[in-house]
Design a protein around this ligand. Structure first.
Ligand code: PLP
Length: 381
């Protein structure tokens, strides 16, 4: 028996990986489960996208290795998308690196910039991958608390009072997952100033900016942000294409080159047809987003109704693919609460504590469930 590497002792199997196994077992035993946990869009991508993918399959170079930097026309489509949607100018030759989803970028960026012992500022609550990847590369997570009373925004003056000398990287993610909190330009400006002062690379993980959000904002839209900042983005949620695994990291040439050094040693360019489809998706424009918004808005109304039945409170102004709801005071911890609901009602909701200690006392409902099923969940209560 060969032992796994020591680094595996500091990461655990992803909560969903275990929980979805349990849900499959319940389903196999005949139970009907309504899964309101995961944020995997159930809607179809823009219709032309699939056509483009199909039609590309007979192109001459469709099945060959592709460039590590992606097709030039994909990078151009990303540059155009950033210009039209976020008013950010990017050089498609130097400032953009297509990725296999933004999740991949969390590892690549960490590999590119962190040495063992470096410290990384990570939001609590936040996407669990930031901490697990930090641990995998031998760096040290330093969690910063986000609080409802502070609109789930970082308290920069409190952070500045800490010893930041070993901090090299800071993860932010606005619109925030799991809370749906939005940043303003002013919030981003303050973060840019903070990062410049303390020589910290800030990465905004931005996959939710087109979901139930009237004003999509890029961190790179802020003056001076390119000096200290990068942004991850993806077509997973914006175009219902999570399984395609197409994302991007954008920012200053020097930073992108460092990330490319890692990426080009780990994988080869993504499949040609996926890149062609992604280009089409990125060209979808305003009508696409308004139809997406109207579907999620209707679903959210129903999820709010369900949250109220459970005596939870929530913020009607939040963005993103989830409803983040505060449990009533008398409730047990969120994992027990969710397990009880799964057992008694066959409805799975994500416990807030899997996103960090600050998520305790909250639950997260996914909007990737069609209206009939949400109604059925309501009926079960
Ligand atoms: C905050 C956040 N970042 C990144 C990802 C990864 O998205 P993808 O790799 O599909 O772009 C997710 C997915 O759920 C997420 O919630």
């Amino acid at each position: 028996m060969i032992d796994p590497a020591d680094r595996l002792n500091i990461v655990e199997e992803y909560y969903f990986s275990k929980k979805l196994r349990e849900i499959s077992e319940l389903e196999a035993s005949g139970k009907s489960i309504i899964n309101m946990g995961v944020g995997s869009p159930d809607l179809q991508p823009p219709s032309q996208v699939v056509e483009v993918l199909k039609n590309s399959l007979n192109d001459e170079k469709a099945h060959q290795y592709q460039s590590y930097k992606g097709l030039p026309e994909l990078r151009k489509a990303i540059a155009n998308f950033y210009k039209e949607q976020y008013y950010v100018r990017l050089n498609s030759e130097t400032d953009i690196l297509p990725l296999m989803g933004s999740k991949e970028g969390i590892m690549h960026i960490s590999m590119a910039f962190l040495n063992p012992g470096d410290e990384v500022l990570i939001p609590n609550p936040g996407y669990p991958t930031y901490a697990s990847v930090t641990n995998l590369v031998g760096a040290k997570p330093v969690f910063y608390n986000l609080k409802e009373e502070n609109k789930w925004l970082p308290d920069l003056s409190q952070l500045a009072a800490q010893d930041l000398t070993k901090v090299k990287l800071m993860w932010i993610s606005y619109p925030h997952m799991p809370t749906g909190a939005k940043a303003t330009k002013k919030v981003f400006e303050d973060i840019v100033e903070f990062a410049k002062k303390h020589k910290i690379l800030v990465v905004n993980d931005n996959p939710y900016s087109f979901i139930l959000n009237g004003y999509p904002l890029s961190f790179l839209n802020i003056k001076g942000s390119k000096e200290i900042g990068l942004e991850l983005n993806s077509i997973s949620k914006s175009f219902n294409m999570a399984g395609w695994r197409v994302g991007m990291v954008v920012g200053k040439k020097k930073y992108i080159e460092s990330i490319l050094k890692v990426k080009s040693n780990m994988d080869s360019g993504m499949f040609y047809g996926l890149q062609k489809g992604a280009i089409k998706a990125l060209q979808s424009g305003a009508i696409w987003f308004s139809s997406l918004t109207s579907i999620y808005r209707q679903r959210r109304e129903l999820v709010w109704e369900l949250a109220e039945i459970l005596n939870c409170t929530y913020d009607k102004h939040a963005a993103g693919l989830f409803v983040w709801a505060r449990l009533p005071e008398e409730s047990s911890n969120s994992i027990d609460y969710v397990d009880l609901i799964l057992k008694n009602k066959g409805v799975f909701i994500t416990p807030g504590s899997i996103f960090g200690s600050q998520g305790e006392g909250y639950i997260r409902f996914s909007l990737c469930v069609d209206e009939e099923l949400i109604q059925e969940a309501i009926n079960r209560f």
